[in-house]
Design a protein around this ligand. Sequence first.
Ligand code: HEM
Length: 530
Amino acid sequence: RCQLPGVDKTTKPKRNLFDNASNLLTNLLAGSNLKNMPVAEGAVTDLFDRPLFYSLYDWFLEHGSVYKLAFGPKSFVVVSDPIVARYILRENAFSYDKGVLAEILEPIMGKGLIPADLDTWKQRRKVITPGFHALFIEAMVRVFTKCSERTILKLEALIEKGDHGDKSTIVNLEEEFSNLALDIIGLGVFNFDFDSVNKESPVIKAVYGTLFEAEHRSTFYIPYWNLPLTQWIVPRQRKFRSDLKVINDCLDDLIKNAKETRQEADVEKLQQRDYSSLKDASLLRFLVDMRGADVDDRQLRDDLMTMLIAGHETTAAVLTWSIFLLAQNPTKMRKAQAEIDSVLIDGAITAEKLKKLEYIRLIIVEALRLYPQPPLLIRRSLRPDKLPGGYNGAKEGYEIPAGTDIFLSIYNLHRSPYFWDSPNEFEPERFTVPKKDENIEGWAGFDPDRSPGAMYPNEIIADFAFLPFGGGPRKCVGDQFALLESTVALALLLQKFDVELRGSPDEVEMVTGATIHTKNGLWCRLRKRT
Ligand code: HEM
């Protein structure tokens, strides 16, 4: 995963207010240069009336799989094509950086992997990737189980004391999943038990405050927070600063503690990947133990903050949409429960048992197909480039100038009528259909031989038509962690409860920031299974 071909030495200069103006200018020039590309004119209302990815989908059907989207003076190239996506993410990955996304996330994540400039990224990715070793993920199954069981106990208690005579309770499962995912990431990444399932704390509030602000920034058109004094004058920016301080102080303490408690015996165990007898198997322990005391605290903090944010809402969203889809498909829900009942008969959940939960795994990936987190990947070209020709309306490759902002629409790729049968249907079984014909225009199914042994369908098997974790060198580092986490949580929940939506599915409106989530929660009725 971490083969880094000659990384370009371009580093991102420090930004200031004038850079925003110059970025806009570069973007204007870049936008005006996109010759021959079909143009979709966006109205500002498209940004506010409904999630942007809906409009991007309609324009994709109208203009083809590479088009220019112009919003007043600002423009983006929207890509919904697997060949072009593969080129940008993998084949020519180092000619692109994270552009607008890095600008939004840098104040929160600093030089963490997601917004990092290429030099920093190259150095940190090499250090972090080995931390997500297969045996670490296996050891994490204990954490996934412990945290999921805590959520289940809470839900059982709600049912017991509930005032619904029929032994049921009504809960907002989105909120429960958010707490669960936060607890898991806290324990797995830095051995800190938020216990947010059961209590509120200043740190938890600060984490949610920060996520809320990140979302606000990703959907707000003008980056007013970069103006001088705003962080002291504007109340929400003041709150953001104080939330960041609470989290950073907490992370600094954890790093200090991890450094002070470093023990040679643990280092040896980690070198041998013997996670079974380690009291603290967290990623922070690994990063501190394997690198010794020389590891830079600031960088470590940025890395932890990045994983806290990248691994929390995303996983919570997958669980939310999996339940949303299953609750509308009772036959599939029963099929899932039958599989769980036959596999999880007794004893702890193990990696072996997870392999047998095939249908649950397919439900998770199908939920990621229909509700990708995030629905768009963002890139900016660092130099002039020529995009390759692709499918549907993008047969000609397009020249793009340096500074072109690009949206890779994962939502469009995942729901493309050109690559998927019944693209809007929830069909976990679709992933078991083998690829039919190599020469077919477009893509006609999975080729499991491309990625033997993969427990979950991935972008390689699907030739970049399925990109739940991105692709190429900047692919998600936490993909296997997240997939197993979601599988454990979903299996344990469905083992114990029958789930129904309260109200109709249409009432569950979507909103997006970094992830797709509901507007008012996923309210469900839970009944204990007998
Ligand atoms: C990157 C999705 C869970 C850490 C990414 C990217 C995607 C993604 C699409 C690529 C972004 C891009 O190319 O611009 C998801 C989804 C998750 C998930 C859908 C859950 C279902 C996690 C977890 C962690 C994590 C649990 C950590 C514990 C990261 C990091 C990156 C990343 C550090 C940046 C990688 C790099 O640039 O080298 N994720 N992620 N993610 N993710 Fe995840």
